[in-house]
Design a protein around this ligand. Sequence first.
Ligand code: ZN
Ligand code: ZN
Length: 252
Amino acid sequence: MVKENIKYARNLVSYFTRFLVEFLFPYSCPLCAQPVSTDGELCADCWTAFNWISNPKCEKCGYPFPANIDLGVRPLCPHCAAGCCELDLIRSACVYDDVSRDAVLPFKHAGRVKYAKFMSRAMMWALRDVDIKPDVVMPVPLAYKRLFYRGYNQATLLAYPIAKAFGVGVDVDSMRRDFRSDMGHKNASQRAENVRGVFHVIKPDKIRGKKILLVDDVMTTGATFSELYKVLKKAGAAEIYGVTFCRIVRAI
Ligand SMILES: [Zn+2]
Ligand SMILES: [Zn+2]
């Protein structure tokens, strides 16, 4: 009898604990399903596993520097100091590593579209200390063939919440992208060559004079942004910025 009472009390405690946890944390972490208090938010364990980019970093392209380096108040990476970064500003939320790859690949190829919430929040966080006022947010276009087979453009999913935060619209129909075979495992010059000429402006009136924030999931060599910059500038865009969830960081 005593044993049964103890078991009953234990069950009651576990029931109320679970009720309390679910009441306080009704949502689950999109990566590991642990309880969290805000819809779409990462739990503390998953959040700390990412290599978030903070200061010091390149003022222009956001390239992260080692923590102990002091390059003054407006540090520039050698690439930007040499005037090689065409975009007016680039920021990425985190470094591309095993952790971010395990989030980005399912987001891109396996329908984990719910990741867009925490990724776009992290991207807005990466833009928190910059003074930009885009007129429009533009996801990096996907070729129709890829869109057809994938069913969605992952960059568009990220662009909508970012545009909402800036209080501007999303432009998904001013540009078209030709289909080219995959760019995986190519070096910087091969990637630049592979993306050359793939973008076409089809609604120049929506581009002319605009400050455009380009959105993508991963920045690899910057070749895609660079090519888009050339095409958009030619169409009369005023300023062009870029933001990605993660970026591959190579030694420069
Ligand atoms: Zn988690
Ligand atoms: Zn730079």
